[in-house]
Design a protein around this ligand. Sequence first.
Ligand SMILES: Cc1cc2nc3c(=O)[nH]c(=O)nc-3n(C[C@H](O)[C@H](O)[C@H](O)COP(=O)(O)OP(=O)(O)OC[C@H]3O[C@@H](n4cnc5c(N)ncnc54)[C@H](O)[C@@H]3O)c2cc1C
Ligand SMILES: NC(=O)c1ccc[n+]([C@@H]2O[C@H](COP(=O)([O-])OP(=O)(O)OC[C@H]3O[C@@H](n4cnc5c(N)ncnc54)[C@H](O)[C@@H]3O)[C@@H](O)[C@H]2O)c1
Length: 481
Amino acid sequence: MKHIRCDVAIIGAGTAGLSAYRAARAAGKHAVLIEGGPYGTTCARVGCMPSKLLISAAEAAHALHTAPAFGVHPGAARIDGPAVMDRVRRERDRFAGFVVENVEGLPAADKLRGYARFAAPGRLVVDEHTEVQAERIVIATGSVPVVPEEWARAGPRVIHSDAVFEWTDLPKSVAVIGTGVIGLELGQALHRLGVRVALYARGNSIAQLSDPAVLADAAAVLQEELDVRFQTQVVSVQPDGEQLALTTRNAAGDERQEHYEHVLVAIGRAPNVQALRLDLAGIERDRRGIPLYDRTTMQCGTSPIFIAGDANDELPLLPEAADQGRIAGHNAAWYPDVQPGLRRTPLAIAFTEPQIATAGAGWRTLCQSHHGGFAVGTVSFANQGRSRVMLQNKGTLRVYGEYGSGRFLGAEMAGPRAEHIGHLLAWAVQAGLTVAAMLDMPFYHPVVEEGVRTALRDLAEALKHPPPEPRQPCPDCTPGT
Ligand SMILES: Cc1cc2nc3c(=O)[nH]c(=O)nc-3n(C[C@H](O)[C@H](O)[C@H](O)COP(=O)(O)OP(=O)(O)OC[C@H]3O[C@@H](n4cnc5c(N)ncnc54)[C@H](O)[C@@H]3O)c2cc1C
Ligand SMILES: NC(=O)c1ccc[n+]([C@@H]2O[C@H](COP(=O)([O-])OP(=O)(O)OC[C@H]3O[C@@H](n4cnc5c(N)ncnc54)[C@H](O)[C@@H]3O)[C@@H](O)[C@H]2O)c1
């Protein structure tokens, strides 16, 4: 066994790990980046980038489908599956290639290949070939898709999102289990590319939404286009020749068996901490085995161990991994002088159509923090001018404000241009703007943002009428999982 020493050992060379490495190096420390899997990051290899490439192909196909409504008749569309998947993989490889190049450019002494686990506090063993003695450690091991064992037993046609980006052609049919972000983004894209798709939700949830009004509208809009089966449980997945037989049970108790080429399991991702032997790390963990940590410093207790990115399961998103990694790496370098880093206003976007965005505090969070003491403004995009012009007049935006202070708290939205409106609203929250100050801002014409103004005006009106004390408890804010 080889023995090495370093100031900061970073487990995982994904977005969070690379960010931590750069921060530790910038502080003048000797940092070692340990990676067991392929370089390139989850985001570039099998996450954000290939999924958006697939969605862009689907948007091109969908534009042809909607063109006749504008009086434009493009003729019969032909989707060339191998060409679609070739572009997805080619562009994906290009994005991931830049990251790999970057890692390859790092000094050899700063990189270690293999899977790390704790042997003792401050001591890691990497694939049984190297022991690393590190004064400080950053855990940045990402997350892994959850695939129940009883479904996986049906064989290789039961897949998770990684497999989609290795396809060389589009399949004929896919059952998508889960209506979270991955299920909806990939399910809708595949449907638009001509694949027979059905989505199965055990409850009524849609991506990251929690506001019942936005959820209900988003569900209705998505169901106009997609075969979404809410409140439907998977009973079994069985191999059947070249297909899979999927048996499901709906809320009425009716069982149904259907056949698909693949079952795409998209029921969430779990923090990748199980094989780390954290029981030997000398830190406190929650009942799922995830280290307890401070979200402003990323420090686990008072130890010299820090955790960043999907591994801590706080907000498993790329910008969060980058920010958390930077804070963790910086604080690991300066330990024990650990300082709070910049944690930005939460922002999450699902690249579905309608797009889904949540900014600042969402409905569920406010139900807990404000106990019915927040005002709501609403706009439906059904009659919003610019949205109608573009034939994208679907969805709802709900904005939240605080009685008394008039402070803008957050928003949930499913509707046109949500990726941009989400940013606008998250920036307003982070800037601490009041609803009145937001209404003083410029609004052009005709733009989707005029819909935001309508919602803000509605919110400003609601803020004038605080409910009498004591306030009513919040209505049910957990409309199903
Ligand atoms: C299909 C999909 C689409 C997504 N789309 C978006 C999007 O549009 N926008 C967005 O913001 N986010 C998106 N995400 C989420 C985003 O990709 C993740 O939040 C982000 O990549 C997490 O980065 P990370 O550094 O925490 O983990 P990773 O990039 O996964 O890095 C963890 C690394 O640790 C390594 N590792 C694990 N265990 C060990 C060990 N014991 N020893 C050594 N190395 C180890 C792994 O091999 C891996 O390389 C998407 C995710 C998926 C799956
Ligand atoms: N655009 C983006 O930012 C983007 C895109 C893709 C993924 N991501 C990240 O990846 C993470 C994982 O995505 P995901 O969609 O896998 O997870 P998710 O947590 O978003 O959704 C999982 C869904 O599966 C359902 N579910 C859970 N267990 C189930 C079961 N046994 N049977 C049926 N349904 C079940 C849940 O109710 C939920 O609707 C997301 O939380 C997100 O942070 C982000």
